[in-house]
Write a protein that binds this ligand. Structure first.
Ligand code: PLP
Length: 358
């Protein structure tokens, strides 16, 4: 064993004290050489009020977040016209998918999900010992809801708009399906703020009539808070209790709760984010169409289009050129998912893509 001298100890503790006394200077976000269009983040970030709220919350970081979470829960409940007991606030909306899989699937209680769709609920259901039934999207990339029932289903996961296709399942079909579902239904509305199609509606108001419905929302997308982690579930109070019983204590941090409140108060920031996304998306879509590619009509902050080539090598080739795009979705092996970034990000994507498909 190395000799342990008092001088060495004092020396190292003095060095440690110096480090503690002088916290590292914050240099801002790391500069990334790569253009990241792989995670459907909001390139415009959080609203100024949310940034200020997170800074202010530093002074309260020594406290558990109970009051802060109660406050944001109350704001969310007010916005949806329900009592706070109808809302469970989570560590991003990913947590809702885990809680719902834990509460409603397991051996003999299958998860029914679309293909392709966001995979995380299926992963949690498998971990809970449940079988997963994958129902292909229909020809218009909507959920084929008529086929999404099973007598032993515990949970049906419907992602609307759907990730990765950015397509919607029309309101009338959703309403029909939710009239008398045979199992619990989790409708993931992570991208709902980006939709402008008159064919779409949020099913959040239906929770008042439907005890078998959970709606999931996130602050990671339009509110630009993916790194802060905040989401929520809306459902009838007995369902909320069941979800909450699966959760760890205090999964929502004080910074996210404060930023969430400020984000809800700034509707103009969200509207501007939606407008900028739609404008950039329209330009990218028309450029890809001009080059002869078929783009699935997008109602979100990302697009998916048919490259007519196996997409995996394209993803790798784009990465080599500093452009990160979405992963392979095996049900659509020639389709590429690309997040809508800022206009200059998209120019980099379009020129890198032209080079790799050449
Ligand atoms: C459809 C969908 N649901 C949920 C999530 C999880 O997001 P978060 O946990 O950041 O709210 C994502 C993330 O991209 C998503 O695409």
């Amino acid at each position: 064993m190395a000799a342990f001298s008092r001088r060495a100890f004092l020396g190292s503790s003095a060095a440690a004290a110096a480090v503690l006394a002088k916290p590292p200077r914050y240099l801002g976000p790391p500069v990334r050489a790569a253009v990241r269009l792989s995670a459907n983040e909001n390139p415009y970030g959080a609203c100024p009020g949310a940034m200020a709220a997170m800074r202010d919350a530093c002074a309260r970081a020594w406290r558990y977040p109970d009051e802060a979470v109660d406050e944001v829960r109350a704001d969310i409940a007010r916005m949806h016209g329900v009592a706070p007991e109808w809302i469970h606030v989570t560590d991003g909306s990913s947590e809702i998918l885990k809680l719902a899989a834990g509460a409603y699937t397991g051996p003999g209680r299958r998860l029914v999900t679309a293909d392709p769709t966001f995979e995380s609920c299926a992963k949690h259901a498998e971990a809970a010992g449940a079988e997963v039934t994958k129902v292909p999207l229909d020809a218009s990339f909507a959920h084929d809801l008529g086929k999404m029932t099973a007598s032993d289903a515990g949970l049906v996961y419907v992602c609307n708009p759907n990730n990765p296709t950015a397509s919607i399942t029309p309101a009338a079909r959703m309403r029909d399906f939710l009239r008398a579902p045979q199992a619990m239904v989790l409708v993931d509305e992570a991208y709902h703020h980006y939709v402008d199609s008159p064919q779409y509606e949020s099913v959040a108001p239906l929770v008042k009539m439907q005890p078998r419905l959970i709606v999931g929302r996130t602050f990671s997308k339009i509110y630009g808070l993916a790194g802060a982690r905040l989401g929520y579930a809306i459902a009838q109070p007995e369902v909320i209790e069941k979800l909450a019983s699966q959760a760890a204590f205090d999964t929502v941090n004080i910074f996210a709760a404060a930023a969430g409140r400020a984000s809800l108060a700034d509707a103009a920031w969200a509207a501007e984010g939606k407008r900028r996304n739609a404008a950039t998306r329209a330009n990218v879509v028309s450029e890809l169409q001009r080059r002869g590619f078929t783009v699935i009509p997008s109602q979100a902050n990302f697009i998916m289009f048919d490259t007519r080539k196996p997409v995996k090598p394209l993803i790798a080739a784009l990465k080599e050129r500093g452009v990160e795009v979405g992963r392979l979705f095996p049900a659509l092996p020639t389709h590429l998912r690309v997040t809508i970034g800022r206009p200059d990000d998209m120019e980099r994507f379009l020129s890198a893509f032209a080079a790799v498909v050449a």
